[in-house]
Design a protein around this ligand. Sequence first.
Ligand code: AMP
Length: 317
Amino acid sequence: MVQQKSLIATGSVALDTLETPHGTTEEVLGGSASHFSLTVSHFHPVQLVGVVGDDFPEEHIELLKNHGVDLTYLKTLEGPTFRWHGKYTGPMEEAETLEVQLNVHEQFEPPFEEPGPTPDVLFLGNISPRFQQDTLDAMGERPDLVAADTMHLWIETDRPALEAFLQDVDLFFLNYEEALKLADEANTVRAGKKLQDLGPETVVIKKGEHGSIAFHGEETIAVPGYPLSQERDPTGAGDTFAGGVLSAICRSSEYSTDALQAGLILGTLLASFNVETVGTGGMRYLDLEELQERYQSYRNITGLSAGAGDFLSELLE
Ligand code: AMP
């Protein structure tokens, strides 16, 4: 049954400079909270908690508003907006961070009067684990589901805060390399299990074009990537993926294995649109009919045909 759960998301709201083999694009709308919220906006209401500087272009605010993202908790502070400069070389898997400037994010505190809001679902997108923890602590009551994402920088610079924060997280997303690094393991399954031991019931390890694998309690769900021949810019694919996962979970009556699997597939399909365009283009211009077509194509690509299934059963008898 389709449900409505309240969802709050936080993370970075950024101006990104992106270097890809196709060229360089300067100061486009980026940030984990922006990519995530734009994605969710196609399926479910979302409230964004974040901060921008007084140099943040009005057109980006309008874009988020026009997608129905609730910006009550998006604050503008004096000073420059968070900026990230990333470069992709070789396989378009992971960006090299050339520069990250936290700017106004450094002085930002969760903007809630006590008691803070209590959403059903809280997404703490990639930003410093201390800010993620503060935002969680500022909620009126603990949300039913707390989801979070992180990245290399925070594993390298603030591991103790990240590990402490993970004790409060239910659903944790991270990239393959980040998972191995944080778990200090060389194997995905061992890394996933070890990360579950740090707190989260569910750990989702993203493997770029190769899909993702989720460790959910005792269960494991593997989801292949959608095969694409043209990747222009994978920035934000992880946040778009998380947006798809949480859209499905928010619209399901319970946080079940089925809802999670549906979410992983929705997230995979949405992320495939994200990497085909630069910046937030994929989610800005998402066409739901094209998404449906891609879903049908994904089913054909990943499904086991009845003939192959019967043949395999026979072979293995
Ligand atoms: P993704 O490609 O999904 O990992 O997300 C990329 C987005 O995260 C970009 O739009 C950046 O603005 C933002 N970003 C990059 N580094 C950081 C960081 N250390 N903390 C928060 N956001 C970041």
